[in-house]
Design a protein around this ligand. Structure first.
Ligand SMILES: C[S@@+](CC[C@H](N)C(=O)[O-])C[C@H]1O[C@@H](n2cnc3c(N)ncnc32)[C@H](O)[C@@H]1O
Length: 413
């Protein structure tokens, strides 16, 4: 087993050991800490450290940006960070975690938190800010529902649209699960009848979380640039405004849990999702079974599917198609990133393999073969054992528990 220190010399197929990510809890990684399927920060860090050692500043891209792990790491090394992401809540978290806040803005945020604490009980709730998700009341007791609406109304009364409101909304999003009746442990909202949970009082939770958010972003004023340049919403079809040196990403897993649903309470409260919006985002999510109806015209991807997991088709045709469409989507993603990269630029993909109905789907291998066909060279390949399953996807019998994450490094010649 190798350690992270000698990235350049890593042997093909090496299993490396990573430190536990919980140590990062005081950094901007704290922002949106419950976002499902976050990547381990140390992986982009080691790649970025290596790439930036010979350069004055690189341009970095993450086409499945999620809550921004790559970007949070990249702001220390890069001249600009570019992102694509379909989920609005994820975009808010990533945006807030990577912005440059001046000391004046930090002070303003601190006084706003005190002002909110003073004002909130007398605040008139603004009904127009009520979440538009069907049955939202089911998830909250009456007191917390009313208090959340008052808190959101206070935030909107005290701020205009923009940086400071985004910051407060991200902190507000982070208290939603704790203040709901849904269990904390399960990723998908679920109310246990057996072990009834006592929801946290809204203002107690906000007053606990908001200062931690301020601490988390305190460092950001030192960045060279202000946050992520968003280049689009769809990782399978986007154009980047500049030439990229290094792309690092962690795409969704195949046929994993529907995590748009996992964050539906937060999304509904911060105002980015009603039922229709949740469906739209879900339909765009790679690996979702709903996408399996898309017709695949690409014979190369179909032949790889037959070669690597063809037995699945007879056992479970619909999951076979879900996997097939996933790889076709990944091909489109690899093409978009290829266009975005400068010659000699690299694309690192962090991905777990799947077991579907007891059949192994070697995701990293299939992606590597597709990349080869598109003209990428293979630069690096290593893997590590997943230590912290807290926010990774519990796949039950649907995809098998993911034990390893594989890192595939590709280069555009
Ligand atoms: C494994 S997560 C990325 C996690 C991220 N590295 C982090 O640490 O938070 C995959 C992300 O891809 C996004 N995604 C899925 N399908 C997408 C698509 N078609 N276009 C853009 N983003 C997509 C999901 O919303 C999710 O945030």
């Amino acid at each position: 087993m190798e350690t992270t220190t000698n990235f350049r010399e890593l042997q093909w197929g090496a299993e490396i050991q990573l430190p536990n990510s919980r140590a990062l809890s005081k950094s901007p990684h704290f922002v949106g800490g419950r976002y499902p399927c976050r990547s381990v920060a140390y992986v982009p860090r080691m790649i970025l450290e290596d790439y930036s050692s010979n350069s004055n500043g690189i341009k970095v891209l993450d086409p499945f940006m999620g809550s921004g792990t790559t970007a949070i790491e990249a702001v220390r090394y890069a001249n600009s960070v570019h992102g694509v992401e379909v989920d609005p809540y994820a975009r808010l978290i990533a945006t807030v975690a990577t912005r440059k806040y001046s000391s004046h803005e930090i002070q303003e945020m601190q006084s706003l938190v005190s002002e909110i604490e003073k004002r909130v009980q007398k605040q008139k709730p603004n009904i127009a800010l009520k979440p538009e998700l069907a049955n939202i009341d089911y998830w909250f007791d009456d007191v917390n529902f009313a208090d959340l609406l008052k808190l959101k109304s206070t935030i909107f009364d005290l701020t205009d649209e923009g940086k400071i409101r985004d910051f407060l909304l991200a902190a507000f999003g982070d208290i939603i699960r704790a203040c709901s009746k849904a269990e904390r442990q399960s990723l998908k909202p679920y109310i246990s009848k057996k072990y009834e949970k006592t929801p946290k009082p809204v203002m107690e939770e906000f007053s606990r979380i908001a200062p931690k958010y301020i601490d988390a972003v305190l460092e950001t004023g030192k960045h060279k640039f202000d946050g992520i340049v968003w280049e689009g919403w769809d990782a399978t079809d986007f154009d980047v405004s500049t030439s990229i040196d290094l792309a690092i990403t962690s795409p969704p897993y195949i046929n994993a849990m529907d995590y748009t649903r996992c964050i539906k309470l937060e999304s509904a409260w911060i105002g980015t999702a009603d039922d229709q919006a949740i469906r739209t985002v879900r339909n765009a999510q790679l690996g979702e079974s709903i996408r399996r109806h898309r017709v695949i015209g690409d014979e190369f991807v179909s032949s790889l599917a037959r070669k690597h997991f063809g037995e699945l088709e007879a056992i479970d045709e619909s999951r076979y198609k879900t996997a097939l469409v996933f790889f076709d989507d990944m091909k489109r993603n690899l093409q978009s990133v290829f266009q975005a990269l400068k010659s000699g630029g690299s694309y690192y993909i962090i991905i777990g393999n799947s077991k579907i109905r007891d059949i192994d789907v070697p995701t990293h291998q299939v992606i590597a073969e597709i990349a080869g066909e598109l003209g990428y060279n293979w630069e690096k390949y290593f893997l590590y054992r997943i230590k912290d399953h807290r926010t990774s996807i519990p796949r039950g019998d649907r995809g098998g528990k993911i034990e390893f994450e594989h890192v595939l490094g590709l280069v555009k010649p």
